[in-house]
Structure formats: structure tokens, C-alpha cells
Write a protein that binds this ligand. Structure first.
Ligand SMILES: [Zn+2]
Length: 287
């Protein structure tokens, strides 16, 4: 079901600078998955394969984060033991390494530490896991409520940030997704879905990447949009993940959150090193 974007039809102002819009059409792919693109009359754009890839990735992203959130809740709230997968995932993607005090940030870092009332306010492993859990819960809420994905459309785009531009000169030509931050991010996480701009993804890239890699892109951008996470040290960066203890460290890094979710939900530590092919072809079936 495709229809003219209400904002175009009604002539509503944009949130950012400039009043020009590139995309003009909305299409509801399924309950909870709405896309936007520039219609190209007389052509088959976006074609069915592209829509199928975007739809599948959106569903995979929300299922992955829901499963990961459940696993975090079991460890943090129900005090179930951490699995080896869980321990390895936290080490690989947050640099939360059992026994390591993260440069003095933590007082102790003990897997499955027995409960003690005195430990409730201690900066320990559980304190970090709870912060990760809160992020995953908020992401799960937003992704499972519904996602709105706008085509980045690098190959034909002639409007950049609300103003006319030249095709091929988009400032994000090699990106696979982005959002625009609105205002300051000093408050950290926010439940307000209007806090930042919408999620833009490259429909073209979604045709070439695997299901889990596409889901990773959506989760990554959702972490920026809904959690206000600003860090962009990607999993293919040799310096990934950033240190846990620094401001702007792994807790504020979009890929740390995304790859943690995917690893927990798919049963294997994904994106294990900067050379991993998971960055474009992370394997795994639909969940
Ligand atoms: Zn990012």
C-alpha cells in the first residue's frame, strides 16, 4: 500500500534546515514497518526484492533486540547464571572482561557474584549489565512498536538536508544508514521518539548484505535515534570496541549495542574482530 507522504501532501515544514524533501512516497510493508522513498513513475523502484530485504531486516531487528533483552533480564533481574556466549559477548563488544576493573571504573567484576545487600550500590559487573539492559529494553520497546525507514537513495538523490544539491555529491555517499541528531545529547538516553531525526538506510546496500547485517544497521541507527547514543566506532575498526570506562566509551557506542544484540540472539559471538565478514555478510536464519 503506497501513498503520498502526508508531509508532502500537506506541505508540512521539515524538522531540520531547508524545506525541500527528497522522498515523496510512503508504503506500509507490514504492520510496524513503514518506508519512504522517491517514487520513480514508470519504473519498478524500489523493486520487490528490495522491499522484501527491508521488511525482513526490520522484523529481524525487532526480534533480535527482544531476544537479547530477555537474556539480559534473566541475568540481571532473575540472577540466572551468565552463559559462556553471554560472557564472551560482553567482553568482545563492551570490553566488559571478567576480572578486569576497566581502569578503576569497577570495584569488582565477578561473573555470577552471589547476592549481597551491600553490593546493590557497588560499581560492579552487574551495575554495567543493568545499564546495558536498560538500553536494550528501550530499543526493544521502540523497534517492536514500529519502525520508519527512509531510503537514503544515494544514487539519485538531489536534495541534501532540505536544500537542492547535485546527484552524486551527497555528504553520506558511502554510508549505509544515518540519523540526524537534534539539539544536545547531554541527557543521554531518552524515550522520546521525536528527539532525533528519522532512520535513513541505503535500500541499495540492503540488497547486497545479509539479513543479520541489515538488521545490525537498523539496530545501530535505532540506538542513535532512540537512546541518543553518539559513539561510532564500528565493528570493523581495529580500535573496536572503545574502552568501557571512558566518556563516549562502549556504553555510548552504537555498534557495541547492535553487535551485542545480534550475538546474544543468534547464539554466536558475531563481528569477533575488525576483519570479520560479518560486517557485510553476518550469517544466520530469520528469527
Ligand atoms: Zn552510527
Amino acid at each position: 500500500m503506497a501513498f503520498t507522504k502526508p508531509s508532502v501532501k500537506l506541505g508540512l515544514p521539515r524538522m531540520g534546515q531547508g524545506s525541500d524533501r527528497h522522498t515523496d512516497t510512503n508504503e506500509l510493508l507490514s504492520p510496524g514497518v513503514l518506508i519512504a522513498y522517491r517514487a520513480r513513475p514508470g519504473t519498478d523502484y524500489p523493486n520487490q526484492a528490495t522491499k522484501d530485504a527491508v521488511q525482513a531486516a526490520a522484523v529481524q531487528a525487532r526480534n533480535i533486540v527482544r531476544i537479547a533483552n530477555d537474556m539480559l533480564a534473566k541475568v540481571v533481574l532473575l540472577r540466572r547464571p551468565e552463559s559462556q556466549l553471554f560472557i564472551d559477548t560482553m567482553a568482545t563488544h563492551f570490553k566488559l572482561i571478567a576480572g578486569d576493573l576497566a581502569g578503576g571504573l569497577l570495584k569488582d567484576n565477578i561473573v555470577d557474584k552471589p547476592f549481597s545487600p551491600k553490593a546493590v550500590f557497588v560499581h560492579d559487573r552487574r551495575w554495567i549489565l543493568e545499564r546495558i539492559r536498560q538500553k536494550m529494553l528501550s530499543l526493544s520497546f521502540h523497534l517492536n512498536t514500529g519502525v520508519y525507514l527512509i531510503d537514503q537513495d544515494t544514487s539519485t538523490r538531489d536534495v541534501f538536508n532540505g536544500a537542492p544539491g547535485t546527484v552524486g555529491q551527497a555528504p553520506y555517499s558511502n554510508w549505509v544508514g544515518y540519523i540526524h541528531f537534534r539539539g544536545t545529547q547531554t541527557a543521554g538516553g531518552s524515550l522520546c521518539g521525536f528527539r532525533n531525526g528519522e532512520i535513513h538506510i541505503s535500500f541499495d546496500h540492503f540488497l547486497g548484505y545479509s539479513l543479520n547485517t541489515n538488521a545490525c544497521i537498523i539496530i545501530h541507527e535505532a540506538a542513535h535515534k532512540f537512546l541518543g547514543v553518539k559513539g561510532d566506532i564500528y565493528g570493523d575498526n581495529p580500535n573496536y570496541p572503545p574502552d568501557l570506562q571512558n566518556k563516549g566509551g562502549s556504553l555510548d557506542n552504537a555498534d557495541s549495542i547492535a553487535w551485542t544484540a545480534i550475538s546474544l540472539a543468534t547464539g554466536a559471538v558475531r563481528m569477533q574482530n575488525s576483519g570479520s565478514t560479518d560486517f557485510e555478510q553476518c550469517p544466520g536464519p530469520a528469527l
